[in-house]
Design a protein around this ligand. Structure first.
Ligand SMILES: [Zn+2]
Ligand SMILES: [Zn+2]
Length: 365
């Protein structure tokens, strides 16, 4: 593989400012590698980073859902990661230290000194820390997963949202065959949750969304949701109660962004002794109307979910490679690297008459 000396990248230099730049491609040592990007997924949090809500440092190369092929790799990295030049890999977002109490306890995604791809400024060598670029540096503590080269980049890069579906809607709430699961929010992570729950044999899957989400709710049904609820026109709590003969759901997963009412509703929708996973961030706003006594009286187990770990990614990649689920139905847009801003704004509904569900940047070479 012949590798140029610089990589084209989109660099965020301030709030709502992305500029094209050529950044030097670094040398790698025995423990690191260089990724040639094939695609980088666009995440809801990319919008928050773009807006400046995450207060991540700048200048920075955003993009934390990278898929690519190994362009260069050090001997020790090749041995430890089990991959070589030319292999296609999905890269995990978090870079953990592997030595703190969280890492040693098995929760490496909560590492005390974790670094996150796309949140490391370009001023920290070697600069190429994000997926909005032709090439990306792979730190020695990266976790990579092989992905079949037979998949298109647009499908293979779904390892990320689908991994979240498996971790948040299946692994964390321990969703069992036959369970009734309510998924609050029909975005790419909500749809991924439907797919993951269907895969493990959930009984009844119910998805909520706004009136404006009609297309996404239709997709949710196509992926196996039994019922969808338009919360603008229906009483979601009452519907869930009706659909469960008054019992409530075994599991409720909130993947809605900003809205806090779903958190309140989750406590009423879940059955006594049920599990609630909160994975949608609300901009650090308090939740009005939350009745904590419901948590006590019903012994509800509430879990916060941030990020995805290896087991979720592996389940996602296996499912994608199986070709069993028509996941391409939720892939709506490809963008070139220089259209990164358009990609973010299309996801955020800032573009009239257009809205993406799953989308990605596909770099040109
Ligand atoms: Zn993401
Ligand atoms: Zn650690």
């Amino acid at each position: 593989m012949s590798i140029p000396r610089t990589a084209f990248a989109m660099v965020q230099t301030g709030n709502r400012t992305l500029v094209p730049k050529d950044l030097a491609i670094p040398d790698i040592d025995a423990d690191s590698a260089l990724l040639k990007l094939e695609a980088c997924g666009i995440c809801g949090s990319d919008y928050e980073q773009f807006e400046g809500l995450l207060r991540t440092p700048t200048p920075v190369v955003p993009g934390h859902e990278p898929l690519g092929t190994i362009a260069r790799i050090g001997d020790r990295a090749a041995a430890r990661w089990g991959v070589d030049v030319g292999d296609r890999v999905a890269v995990e977002t978090m870079i953990s230290c592997r030595h703190c109490a969280h890492c040693l306890g098995g929760s490496y995604h909560l590492c005390d000194t974790r670094k996150i791809y796309s949140y490391i400024p370009t001023t920290e060598a070697p600069g190429l820390w994000g997926g909005y670029a032709q090439y990306m540096y792979l730190h020695p503590n990266s976790v990579v997963h092989r992905v079949s080269a037979a998949l298109s980049p647009q499908i293979a890069v779904m390892f990320n949202p689908l991994g979240a579906g498996f971790r948040w809607a299946v692994e964390m709430p321990d969703t069992q065959p036959g369970d009734t699961v309510v998924i609050l929010g029909p975005g790419q992570r909500g749809l991924a949750s439907v797919i993951a729950c269907r895969e493990v044999g959930a009984g009844t899957i119910i998805v909520t969304g706004l009136a404006a989400d009609a297309k996404k709710l239709e997709l949710a049904r196509a992926f196996g949701a039994d019922h969808t609820i338009d919360v603008d026109n229906e009483d979601a709590v009452r519907r869930v109660k009706e659909l469960t003969n008054g019992r409530g759901a075994d599991v409720v997963v909130d993947v809605s962004a900003y809205a806090t009412q779903p958190v309140v509703d989750a406590l009423s929708m879940v059955r006594t002794g049920g599990r609630v996973v909160l994975a949608g961030v609300k901009g650090f706003r308090p939740v009005e109307g939350l009745v904590s006594d419901l948590i006590v009286m019903k012994e509800i187990r509430i879990m916060g979910a941030i990020g995805v770990t290896s087991t979720g990614y592996r389940s996602a990649i296996r499912l994608l490679e199986s070709g069993r689920v028509p996941v391409e139905r939720m892939h709506t847009h490809d963008f070139s690297l220089s259209d990164a801003e358009l990609a973010i704004r299309t996801l955020a509904r800032e573009i009239p008459d257009d809205e993406s569900i799953h989308s990605c940047l596909v770099p040109e070479f």
